[in-house]
Design a protein around this ligand. Structure first.
Ligand code: SF4
Length: 784
């Protein structure tokens, strides 16, 4: 079936606005009677990984002001310009308040019951005719910032029973999850930089002045880095671009895109050859593979890698000596290192360096969070675990390996547009906008239009969901409870904070978890009208059942019924998070300790609870089969041969490489419908070094055509010496001018979609992650 993606919703906005204004209150919020009195609510900002505390002032149902919560135990009042825009997002007339269903090519508003009935009508025949793998699921990045989605999307995926599961992780962090899983035993057992206590921070591919950090949760990264410099520490930023963070750093090292792994390997080489390896007596008994990793680095001398990385040998030797000599030091790599050809190798070598310099698991180095809830490294037998298993199945078309239960999202388009047994004919997306965020977006955009059925859980008609047959909009952030279940596992301080909903749901409006639970019920054949409580109870009882059977759990030997009864009348995410908190490392253990934490404790402490700075956790944090830190996992050591081949191939003449960039007022494609964030000087421009501009005949402010194997875009040039010669940059998440998109603000600041240029065949093969950093392109003046 081919659908038109025009989807204009005639009269929808007026109808929706009238319903929204006239809605009935579904329930009191936090037990208060809502009047027009002014009140204050506190909640965590869910928009990025920093987790800042917000103070929300309301008059009745109207948000009057949002500012930083000065009493928040972690953020102390800090917010970035995005934080206050939860108000604009809540009031955005383009945010759908009612489900949409495609009728005669148009997306039209319907009731929730009609929408779920349509889901059943569309999806079940596809599954019955072609099997479960005929449907794919894509979990977008915002679902990691929603408690309801985190807890109920996976049950929905299990109910669907497909092996075609995709997520934004394979255009983002999967390399780090894999290296951490192989080295430490858990995909989220990621050592985070102890920024507040370190003396020396070597940062690669990260720009926390714009992004506020990633895979290292901390509000006010800029302030923390400034404090590092003020106390006499050193910050070295490795980035092809002189980013805002690089501007503020002690030193900027302008590496060639995609070569961080070679620079890191050269640093290992120098530590080894100059006798600077000192893992520390505390760490040594728990290390496996030290000799192997040092041997692997032998060919990668600073002299051998200099041409490829663009960093001269003396600089590399100096950096290695500084790292080794610093009282405390930490190496931290983020997205520039992971969305690259050797992304998993770079992620691995970051932590190898932390080990070799004795900085793993000590204050001021790279440390492990002890999260209050949800962490796999605080459950089960300390030190020993199952470890990480990879490549248990392959994708149908190109045979790409599964990692962490998912296939590379770069394969999604071909799984849809390649005929044959097992072809994907139906899709469910939960948040995210893969048409803007995944490689060769043009191919995916075309493929989505051919699906037999597409159901989106999303608040907007965006570049992806314009192809949907059914759109099921979740409530706004202010209407949902929030606990950063994933991100607090990566916090640079042990904290916990729960935010109850600030505003009520409208009458009949389901919460996000209820939407996902109803989808699960439909997919299990229980019908469009079955109660989401069935899924809620099943998820809870499954979790409790595992805990009572685990002799290391405080619930060991208890009755499932008794534990469920003790959790009381709460439903959905609140009940589940209460269970997780109570059985976590600070929990009351239902009377069995070790602490006192419950959800009620967090509700009584709206500014959060601080459990203090990170403390050493080795060896109990480990969950590897050997019970050791695996410095030389077989998969990663094997990949060194690929690095050697790349090193031998040398540097092509006159190659231009495309990289992305991040802006403080943007977050992927999420925030482009907020006028206050996107107005002003256009930010979707092509950064070009002056020497390249002259060589290529480009003029500041005039359009250039950028082309790759996958596609081409036309974008205005911005000449700047902040970028390395031979490198150009376009920010991602833009390109809002496609027909049928219902983003009235974003469409006026459309920009171009840089992922049209990303090549779906160019991956880091270890992780299946698309290469978005270092795309070979040609650049020329656009023809008039
Ligand atoms: S830094 Fe992130 S969490 Fe903090 S206010 Fe900004 S968007 Fe929200």
């Amino acid at each position: 079936m081919r659908r038109e993606a025009t989807g204009s919703v005639v009269g929808r906005r007026n109808e929706v606005a009238s319903q929204h204004n006239g809605r009935r209150r579904r329930g009191a919020v936090m037990g208060t009677t809502v009047t027009n009195e002014v009140r204050t609510a506190y909640r965590i900002c869910p928009l990025c990984e920093a987790g800042c505390g917000l103070e929300v002032t309301l008059e009745g149902d109207r948000v009057k002001r949002i500012r930083g919560d000065r009493d928040d135990v972690f953020s102390h009042g800090y917010i970035c310009p995005k934080g206050s825009t939860l108000k604009q997002l809540h009031e955005d007339p383009d945010w759908l308040r009612q489900p949409l269903v495609r009728r005669d090519g148009e997306l039209v508003p319907v009731t929730w019951d009609e929408a779920f009935a349509e889901v059943e009508r569309l999806l079940l025949p596809v599954l019955e005719a072609h099997g479960r793998d005929a449907a794919a699921v894509y979990l977008g990045n915002p679902s990691a910032h929603s408690l309801g989605a985190l807890l109920f999307a996976r049950p929905m995926v299990r109910a669907l029973g497909t092996t075609n599961v995709f997520s934004a992780s394979t255009v983002d962090q999967r390399p780090k999850e894999i290296s951490s899983g192989l080295m430490f035993g858990g995909g989220l057992t990621v050592p985070v930089p102890d920024v507040d206590r370190t003396d020396y921070l070597l940062m690669l591919g990260a720009n926390p002045f714009a992004s506020n950090g990633s895979l290292a949760t901390a509000p006010d990264w800029p302030g923390r880095l400034e404090a590092l410099l003020e106390r006499g520490g050193k910050l070295v930023v490795v980035d092809p671009r002189r980013s805002r963070t690089a501007e503020a750093a002690s030193e900027h090292v302008a590496v060639r895109p995609g070569t961080d792994a070679f620079l890191l390997m050269a640093l290992v080489n120098v530590l080894s050859t100059e006798g600077l390896v000192d893992v520390g007596a505390g760490l040594e008994p728990y290390l496996a593979g030290l000799d192997e990793v040092l041997a692997a680095a032998e060919p990668f001398t600073p002299e051998a890698t200099a041409a490829l990385t663009g960093i001269d040998a003396e600089t590399v030797r100096r950096l290695a000596r500084e790292l080794a000599a610093a009282p405390t030091a930490c190496v931290y790599g983020r997205i520039g290192t992971t969305v690259a050809e050797f992304g998993t190798a770079a992620s691995w070598l970051v932590d190898v360096l932390n080990v070799l310099t004795g900085n793993l698991d000590r204050p001021g180095g790279a440390m492990f969070t002890r999260a209050a809830a949800g962490s796999s490294n605080t459950r089960g037998t300390p030190r020993y675990g199952r470890g990480l298993r990879l490549y248990r199945r392959q994708s149908r078309v190109r045979g790409a390996g599964e990692t962490l239960g998912e296939l590379p999202v770069a394969c999604l388009a071909e799984e849809i547009d390649t005929p044959g047994d097992g072809q994907v004919r139906a899709l469910i997306t939960v948040a995210g906008n893969p048409v803007l965020s995944t490689p060769n977006s043009g191919r995916l955009d075309a493929a989505l239009a051919t699906l037999d059925a597409y159901v989106a859980v999303d608040p907007y008609v965006n570049e992806t969901t314009r192809h949907a047959d059914v759109i099921l909009p979740p409530p706004t952030a202010l209407q949902k409870g929030h606990y950063d279940l994933a991100l607090l596992q990566l916090a640079i301080r042990n904290v916990a904070n729960y935010s109850p909903p600030v505003l009520p749901l409208a009458d009949g409006q389901p919460d996000e978890w209820e939407i996902l639970a109803r989808l699960a019920l439909i997919l299990q054949g229980l019908g469009a009208s079955a109660s989401p409580d069935l899924v809620d109870d099943l998820v809870l009882r499954t979790l409790v059942g595992a805990m009572v059977a685990d002799e290391t759990s405080p619930l060991a030997g208890r009755s499932v019924d008794d534990v469920v009864a003790e959790l009381g009348d709460r439903r959905g995410p609140e009940r589940l998070i209460d269970l997780m908190l109570r059985t976590g490392p600070y929990g009351d253990g239902f009377g069995a300790g070790p602490g006192t934490l419950t959800l009620d404790v967090l509700l009584a402490n709206p500014h959060g609870v601080d459990f203090g700075p990170l403390t050493p956790r080795l060896p109990e944090v480990l969950r590897t089969p050997s019970g050791m830190v695996e410095l030389a996992p077989e998969v990663l050591v094997a990949d060194v041969a690929r690095m050697s081949e790349r090193l031998a191939a040398g540097v092509p003449d006159d190659q231009i490489l495309l990289i992305g960039r991040r802006d403080l007022r943007s977050n992927n494609s999420w925030m482009h419908n907020v006028e206050v964030l996107v107005k002003g000087k256009p930010r979707c421009t092509l950064h070009v070094h002056p020497a390249d501009a002259t060589r290529l005949g480009l003029t500041d402010g005039v359009a250039a055509e950028v082309a790759s194997r996958a596609g081409k875009v036309t974008v205005p040039v911005e000449v700047t010496d902040a970028i390395r010669p031979g490198v150009v940059s376009i920010p991602h998440g833009w390109g809002h001018d496609l027909p049928g998109v219902e983003l009235s603000v974003a469409s006026r600041y459309a920009g171009v979609n840089t992922n049209i240029l990303a090549d779906e065949d160019h991956l880091d093969p270890v992780s299946g992650t698309a290469v978005l950093n270092g795309i070979p392109v040609s650049v020329a003046p656009a023809s008039a």
